[in-house]
Structure formats: C-alpha cells, structure tokens
Ligand binder design. Structure first.
Ligand SMILES: [Zn+2]
Length: 249
C-alpha cells in the first residue's frame, strides 16, 4: 500500500509508518488526540479527524495484509503536488498490482482530468477545479517539463495547457463524472470540507474500536516492548479548510 500527502515534508514523516500496526497506532493517536475518550458515537462521527481515524482503523485490514508493507512516494520537484498524483507517478507504484489511487475525498478536477488522460476511468466523482499551480501540476509539467508558477507561464504555454485540459475534459465528460468531492449521508455530493460522511461506524463497531484504541494506548503507557512506533519527527498539520497551500501559486 502506498500512502501520501501533498507535501514532501509530511511524506518524509509518513515514511516512519511502515506497517499496518503503525497505521493503526497512528490512527489511535489521532483519535485520542481529538478527544475520543468520553465521546459518544455521534460526537465521534461528527469530528472529521476522529471519524476518519476510526474508519481507517476499521477498514485497513481489508486493504492491507498484516505483513503488508506501507510505502510513501519519494520527494517531488513540484512540492504541493497532490497526493494521488504522487502515488501514481512514483516508481514504487505498479499499475498492474496496485489499485487506482483514492482518498478520503474524490480527487480534485485537475487530478481527475489527469487520471482520465492516463486511462483511469474508474470513479464518478471529482472535486473542485483549483486554479493553482500545484493542482494543475500535471498539466503544467506536461507542457513546460518542469514546475512553474502560473504567472511564469507564457501565453503559448497557457494555450497549450488549456488545450490539454479541454481534451481530458472531453473524455471525462463522456463518463458522466459529477463534481462534488464528498458523498454525504443523504446520497448527495458536496464541495463542503466538513460535511457529514456517507458511511459511519454503527454502535457496535464504534464501541469495539474505541475499546481497542483505549486498550492500545494503555499498553503503550505501560511500555510494552512491542508497542508500534508513532510519528515523532513532524507534527502533521490538519488543514481546517480546503484552501490550497500553494508555494507555486
Ligand atoms: Zn488534485
């Protein structure tokens, strides 16, 4: 399994997570750090971080074997490049054995257009079209051959990028992709960052996983020799909005 963020620095930190046990320990630390202890199921599911951490904890076993390895993409020149693109372009990614990259939200429109151009036609949702250099990294790089800020592009390059996007869009539009990055309980899609989620843990699962998470930290506290490691070097920022952090804008 390959996991990634949009940032070289964060990915270097994620590189410390190498196994399913590490991912579960990190999910546990995140959920507890966001106040899981004492939360009702409804409160936990309303907290975006706790919800995702518990869903990860619950589902990781179906996607990654216990002995399976966790890999992180190498640094990229276009820092800020979106996670799913980093995964697909990394030499560790093998299209024949890995599934198409996916995330907690549907890919942004520029990533979806890139994937469409690469022949990945799975998925019927796309997020917003960010007019930022990092969101458009693939379309820019395919034209310029290197990272570039939007205001560094020449008119000729901009025309070539627009033409590329239009061609990708024509293919995507034929596959009825809806724009709306997250699926909500109502079945509708939304571009809101902190909307509810289409899937939640039920009472039994919530109780079982909270219990496991609390027992796990207890074991860590008494210094179990086999306690899985947690990220130490870098505190991974949790963005509180969807605004792009764009060093190339
Ligand atoms: Zn994207």
């Amino acid at each position: 399994m390959i996991v990634s963020s949009n940032s070289n620095a964060v990915n270097r930190s994620l590189g410390e997570l190498t196994s399913r046990a590490d991912l579960k320990a990190e999910a546990t630390a995140r959920a507890l750090g966001h106040g899981l202890e004492g939360m009702s199921r409804e409160q936990a599911m309303a907290d975006r971080v706790v919800r995702h951490a518990m869903k990860l904890y619950d589902r990781i076993g179906t996607h990654l074997a216990e002995a399976g390895k966790v890999l992180v993409p190498h640094d990229v020149a276009f820092d800020g490049k979106h996670a799913e693109i980093r995964i697909e372009q990394d030499p560790q990614y093998d299209k024949t054995t890995h599934e198409a990259p996916s995330g907690v939200k549907a890919p942004c429109l520029a990533c979806k257009l890139y994937f469409t151009g690469q022949g990945y036609l799975e998925g019927v949702q796309a997020g917003p079209m960010w007019l930022s250099a990092v969101a458009l990294s693939t379309q820019i790089e395919a034209t310029t051959g290197a990272p570039a800020k939007i205001d560094e592009l020449t008119d000729v390059q901009i025309a070539a990028i627009a033409k590329r996007i239009a061609a990708q869009y024509a293919v995507m539009a034929a596959h009825h992709v809806a724009v709306g990055s997250s699926l909500m309980k109502s079945g509708k899609t939304t571009l809101l960052h902190d909307a509810d989620s289409d899937s939640e843990l039920d009472d039994d699962k919530f109780a079982a996983i909270s219990k496991q998470m609390l027992a796990r930290t207890k074991a860590d506290r008494v210094g179990a020799a086999s306690a899985p490691k947690r990220l130490k070097r870098t505190v991974i920022p949790e963005p509180d909005s969807d605004e792009e952090l764009d060093p190339f804008a």
